[in-house]
Design a protein around this ligand. Structure first.
Ligand code: URP
Ligand code: ZN
Ligand code: ZN
Length: 462
């Protein structure tokens, strides 16, 4: 039996901040006590003085190796989970993909195989349902039993991942019966494709037009429609990557009615804007993702939504494509730029900076980045907190360290950083995953294959 003590730090969870020592045995937290009050013996003592002791981050939205736009997201499960650990995230929930014409089973097995033996930290899966039919609807029940209890549907990307309203309603009805959580990409993709075609016909080919055609109104309309369909089906709804003030208003109105509707936003919408999409010399392609970056005025509404709990989760939607050779596929036609941004390594730091900037409190930082995503996706209290019985997924965070985010120093397998040059106060010092040191005082000590698949229960807010 291995015993570790973390001593002298400020333990921060979603509910408390206390000076406490933490005792870990065989990968789990077994006790916590007022700092210095216990004379525990241990094989290893980790000094956390002047550091925060926080739960490892839970990033509930990643796309390692996602096939998209004729290429693949550039982080593998190996490189992406290692980078996640460097950034203080100890669990990811990645999206397995059903290919149209194939079963959910085939898609999920492909993702099990991609991740198996590769991950530095623990992982779980959601399932992207891109072919809603009698067979795949039935399969959803089995996946919930297997611990893959959430299903992403797309109102966008006709001909790729898109489902029509009838298919969405059927999937929601199925989820209302089996306890699954429907995750929605809420953009009116049919209308967007018309606007894309018209923009290209006018010769508007630059990355900034990606933001212009994917209109706020078409995010708000789809969010509203998804909520109404969920009401008809009697199912809960989680809207992913919310970027527009008007979409937050739809979520807030639904929640004010007491509906089980939840919303996630991402660092790119909180820290970046259409100014980035407008960067010259095709550099704007680095910031092409969907939903798109919005004018910076939307950021205040997103921060407000996070404070008022109209938005509950910040995930990354980590979906990196290198500028060279991948984003460049869209030179001369913005619709061919693979959609997605890197960020799995940056989320905890950016949100810590948001604490210092006065947007959120320290406990809310932990709530939106660790505890709520764990509860939302049936992982709590194994993940997302520090408490007796929880996995010892723990980060020692130095709140005083200064860093400058850069592709020169990051660990993600992508040739640019969306946050290049940004100064952050705070940095991950040490990371434990189930009691094992993955990062030890800024040195990587983890290994591929340590990370295990974690079957999830259903949403714990219902
Ligand atoms: O642009 C994005 N978000 N790429 C990843 C796929 C998705 O829609 O989440
Ligand atoms: Zn999406
Ligand atoms: Zn995504």
């Amino acid at each position: 039996m291995t015993r570790t003590i973390i001593t002298g730090g400020l333990v921060i969870t979603a509910s408390d901040e206390l000076r406490a020592d933490v005792l870990i045995e065989d990968g789990r937290v077994v006790a916590m006590a007022t700092a210095g009050s216990q004379q525990w013996t241990a094989d290893r003592v980790i000094d956390a003085s002047r550091k925060y002791v926080i739960p490892g981050g839970v990033d509930a939205h990643t796309h390692m190796e996602l096939p998209f736009g004729g290429t693949f997201a550039s982080d593998t499960f190996e490189t992406g989970t290692r980078a996640a650990a460097w950034g203080g995230t100890t669990t990811i929930v990645d999206f397995a993909v059903q290919t149209p014409g194939h079963s959910l089973r085939q898609g999920l097995d492909t993702w099990y195989a991609k991740a198996d033996g590769k991950c530095a930290i623990d992982y779980a899966f959601h399932m992207i349902v891109s072919d809603v039919n009698e067979h795949s609807l039935k399969e959803m029940d089995g996946l919930v039993e297997e611990g893959v209890s959430s299903f992403k549907l797309f109102m966008a990307y006709p001909g790729v991942f898109y489902s029509d309203d009838g298919q969405i309603l059927r999937a929601m009805q199925r989820a209302s019966g089996n306890g699954g959580l429907i995750m929605m990409h809420a953009e009116n993709g049919i209308a967007i494709d018309v606007l894309v075609e018209q923009a290209l016909a006018r010769g508007e080919t630059d990355p900034r037009h990606h933001g212009e055609v994917r209109k706020v109104l078409l995010e708000a309309e789809a969010t509203h429609r998804a909520i109404q369909l969920a009401r008809v089906a009697g199912s809960p709804l989680y809207v992913v990557h919310v970027s527009a003030e008007e979409a937050v208003a739809e979520l807030a109105a639904a929640r004010d009615k007491g509906l089980p509707v939840f919303g996630e936003t991402c660092p790119q919408y909180l820290f970046l804007s259409t100014d980035n999409l407008e960067e010259p010399d095709f550099q704007g392609a680095k910031y092409v993702c969907s939903t798109p970056l919005r004018p910076r005025e939307h950021q205040a509404a997103l921060w407000r939504g996070l404070r008022t709990n109209d938005l509950q989760v910040v995930s990354t939607d980590h979906c990196p494509f290198c500028f060279r050779g991948q984003k460049e596929l869209g030179r001369g036609d913005f619709s061919k730029i693979p959609n997605g941004l890197p960020g799995v390594e940056n989320r905890m730091d950016l949100l810590h900076q948001a604490v210092l900037d006065g947007h959120i409190t320290r406990r809310r930082w932990i709530e939106i980045a660790c505890a709520t995503p764990a509860r939302m996706f049936g992982l709590y209290p194994q993940k997302g907190t520090i408490a007796p019985g929880s996995d010892a997924d723990i980060v020692l965070y130095d709140p005083h360290a200064e860093q400058v985010i850069s592709a020169e120093t990051h660990h993600m397998n992508v040739d640019y950083s969306a946050y290049e040059g940004r100064r952050i106060t705070g940095r991950v010092d040490t990371v434990l995953s189930r009691g094992e040191l993955v990062i030890d005082r800024r040195e990587y000590t983890g290994h591929a294959g340590h990370g295990a698949f974690i079957p999830r229960s259903t949403c714990q807010y219902l």
